[in-house]
Structure formats: C-alpha cells, structure tokens
Design a binder for this molecule. Structure first.
Ligand SMILES: [Zn+2]
Length: 252
C-alpha cells in the first residue's frame, strides 16, 4: 500500500476514533449507544426480518416454507417481471418501515450507512454481475420538495463501496406521478407507464450492459418493472433490482 494511502487511512481511523469518543454512535432507531456508526441496537435488530433463502429466484420474495433453490413464486410463474432478478435486504415490517420513513422524509440521511451493508450482503450476486449502478429517479418537482433522492444516496454509496460505475442521470422521470400508496397493482402499473426515459446521450452507455437498479422499497414492483422496460428498450442486456426492503406479498 502506498505510504500516502496508509497515512490517510491512519488519519481517518484516528478521526473516526476521536469523533466516536466525543459523540458515541447511536442506534438510528432507538438512540441507544452502539459499537459503530450505522449499527442498530440488538433489541431493534431482533425486530428486523432479514430475507434469507428460501426465496423466489426472480423477484426475491421470501417463501414461508422450504422450496428448492431456484424455485419461482406463483406471481412470477404467472407473469414474468420485466426486470431479471430482484433482491431486498429485509421484509417491509413495522421496524424497517420506521427506518425507511425516517431516511426518506425525516432527513435522517446518515441511515444510509445502516442500509448499505445490508444491501451489499443481500445483493452480492447481483452486484457481482453489474457493470453499472442506477438509482430510480425522482421527478424534478419531487426532488425540489424533498431536496435529495434517497435511491441515489443508496446507489452512490453502494457503487463507491463496490467499485462499480454509478450512473445517476441516465434514467429520468419525465412525468410527475401521484404517489403509489393506496393504488391497486393494476393502477400502479398504469400510474407509472411512460413516466421514465433514458437520456438520449446515455443510450450508448447502457447498451449491452448489465445494470443494477436501486430503490428503497419494492412494493408491487410496478415502478421497477417500468424502469426495466425502458432500460431494456434502450438496449440494456440485463436489469436487476436491489432494494432495502420489500413488502411481503399478502400485504397488498
Ligand atoms: Zn417471484
């Protein structure tokens, strides 16, 4: 390792140790003191449901009973999604919802340090296949209201940690859509249809590439399907999806 990098690492270790001594890291959910920045307390950890095998090979939906690796869920067998594969770190339950909402609407941006290691673990295989990482974009109006795109923060941090190319302005949301909450699966599909485009000058960037789309929550998959459709029509080879959380099928 070059000595300049060694020195820089020693300096950042020392800086982190000083900050931790002055302001001990706290659980982003409960406020309890924890060992390192981004960690959650053991009590809160126990409320999270990390998604482990067995799950649907395509959409990543967890199975509540044992099925052979590679099995598909009924929904994917009935209608294949337009993305290739999707993975999520946790089930969207009361605990993960609390964290995601605080991140998205409560300006708790440092929660990104909590989510990113979970997402890298859940998406290890998909990250390995990816040439580039792309966030699900917000419409310009929504971005002005919220001041940041939570999916872009996650995508950028994952790309930095894994050394992948980060393409923030490739996919654009050109139509302001009403929030998907409360809409049926069919209405969600209709709501996002035609809402995205690939920037004209980025078609060559995505052509024949394996892309990894990042979003916060996988609900019905309507938005992610539409993004995959647009990216594939621009020539992408594969479009995989990675989110923090996914809604269990029976919840919608
Ligand atoms: Zn499935």
């Amino acid at each position: 390792m070059p000595s300049a990098i060694k020195k820089k690492n020693r300096f950042s270790d020392l800086w982190e140790a000083t900050i931790n001594a002055l302001l001990p890291p706290r659980c982003v959910a409960t406020g309890e003191i924890v060992d390192a920045q981004g960690m959650v307390s053991p009590v809160f950890w126990a409320q999270l449901q990390f998604i482990e095998d067995p799950f649907c090979k395509t959409c990543g939906s967890p199975f509540s009973f044992n099925l052979p690796t590679g099995a598909l869920c009924a929904a994917c067998m009935e209608q294949e999604p337009l993305f290739d594969q999707s993975r999520s770190a946790v089930t969207y339950n009361e605990a993960s919802r609390k964290l995601v909402l605080a991140f998205k609407y409560g300006d708790r941006l440092h929660t990104v340090h909590t989510f990113v290691p979970w997402m890298i673990r859940a998406g290890q295989e998909l990250i390995g296949q990816a040439d580039c990482i792309i966030p699900v974009p917000l419409h310009a109006r929504r971005l002005r209201e919220r001041r940041f795109n939570q999916s872009a923060l996650l995508a950028q941090a994952i790309a930095t940690r894994t050394g992948k190319d980060y393409l923030p302005d490739t996919l654009l949301r050109i139509r302001h859509t009403t929030p998907q909450n409360g809409l049926s699966a069919k209405d969600r599909d209709r709501n996002v249809r035609g809402a995205f485009v690939v920037k004209k000058c980025s078609h060559a960037t995505v052509r024949d590439k394996n892309l990894l789309l990042i979003d916060d929550v996988f609900t019905t998959g309507a938005t992610l399907n539409e993004c995959a459709r647009i990216l594939k029509s621009a020539g992408a080879e594969t479009v995989n999806v990675l989110t923090i959380a996914r809604v269990a099928k029976e919840e919608f």
